[in-house]
Design a protein around this ligand. Structure first.
Ligand code: HMG
Ligand code: MG
Length: 313
């Protein structure tokens, strides 16, 4: 067990993971505004979009336009999801500084998500990584379903360790551990993170928890106890993987930031500003109720305070 950190880096994945599964088509200018607004409230790492096949993920069909239109704030690490060299060429043309590659810890999820088995997916990921490194771009990798797979059930840590070793040998900077369908529990998280830290050197780790079963914050805390300092989260708790049935809801940035700041751990995020962005994207743009518990509670508290003030006036 390590001491808790003073500061956590939040990687905001809402514009990609949050929107990719939304049935409502979001116009490009709203996506651009979302990325810019998230930067304005202090998120220092933002995944803008995904350069994937539009037949697979129609919501991300405007990736190039989003990435080239966003007004980039100095100091913010902008990334985009890239599945293969074709996606990389488009991301490079749009001058995306951080490339996020992805693959799965199980054969079935890999085929559903990438139309490739694990070995073939690693080769595609290696090609992208080499191209990005040659161009001086940073590479971040996601490994999905590391704790449990909707098709294959519980996933043994040995499967993840074997893949992580292969990724580390490619010089990937950061590996984000995906609990794609929110199946993990804190005991599993501690076991896997400590095994990775012991057995795979040179990889820095991030947590990517979906809150499908309400365990994302507990898993975050467990990962922090094992030394993790980077967590992915989505504005309002939007999101899910289209190839992982039931993967509703990423850990919400709102819940994460509120918990961390309450614990005295800095995130750099302006919570009031984030609440306004959350209300706008969920209610005004998507017309959905806000998944985040923190944002829902805070908006209800403010509405009640306003009613009381109006009654007194
Ligand atoms: P495929 O059909 O096997 O591709 O799809 P292919 O290489 O056989 O090529 C077929 C056609 O696709 C060709 O066009 C290619 O040019 C085109 P055609 O000749 O037929 O006209 N193509 C592309 N077009 C646009 N962009 C590309 C691209 N690549 C090939 N990049 C592919 C393979 C990887 C493209 C497809 O499976 C795909 O796009 N998958 C993306 C799936 C996805 O985005 N899933 C959700 C994100 S992952 C996630 O949410 C998990 C995560 O959050 C972590 C966690 O929670 O665990 C990251
Ligand atoms: Mg995800």
């Amino acid at each position: 067990m390590t001491a808790l950190p003073d500061r956590i880096r939040v990687v905001e994945v809402g514009p990609r993971d949050g929107l990719q599964n939304e049935a409502v088509h979001v116009p490009t200018d709203r996506k651009v505004r979302l990325v810019e607004a998230l930067g304005d409230v202090g998120l220092s790492a933002i995944e803008m979009t995904a350069f994937v096949h539009p037949r697979w993920i129609p919501q991300m069909a405007d990736a190039s336009e989003v990435a080239t239109t966003v007004r980039r704030r100095p100091g913010v690490r902008y990334s985009a999801l890239v599945p293969n060299v074709k996606g990389y060429a488009a991301a490079a043309a749009a001058d995306v500084p951080v490339v996020a590659v992805f693959m799965s810890a199980t054969e079935t999820h890999s085929r559903r998500n990438l139309n490739k088995g694990i070995d073939e997916a690693i080769e595609a990921l290696r090609e992208v990584t080499l191209a990005a490194q040659a161009d001086g771009r940073e590479v971040r990798a996601y490994l999905s379903v590391v704790f449990g797979c909707p098709y294959e059930g519980e996933v043994a840590p040995t499967a993840t360790l074997a893949i992580a070793k292969r990724l580390a040998s490619m010089g990937i900077g950061e590996l984000s551990l995906g609990d794609t369908t929110g199946m993990a529990n804190p005991t599993q998280v501690r076991r896997l993170v400590s095994a990775l830290r012991e057995e795979v050197s040179g990889l820095s780790l991030a947590g990517h928890f979906h809150d499908t079963r309400g365990t994302a914050l507990a898993n975050t805390y467990a990962a922090m106890l094992e030394g993790l300092e980077v967590f992915d989260a989505s504005v309002g708790g939007l999101g899910g993987c289209p190839y992982a049935p039931g993967a509703s809801g990423n850990l919400s940035t709102n819940d994460l930031v509120a918990m961390l700041e309450g614990m005295g751990i800095a995130t750099g995020v302006d919570r009031d500003g984030l609440l306004e962005v959350t209300r706008w994207i969920c209610q005004d743009v998507l017309g959905v109720s806000i998944p985040s518990r923190e944002a829902t509670a805070e908006l209800a508290r403010r509405a009640k305070a306003a009613r009381v003030a109006a009654e007194r006036a």
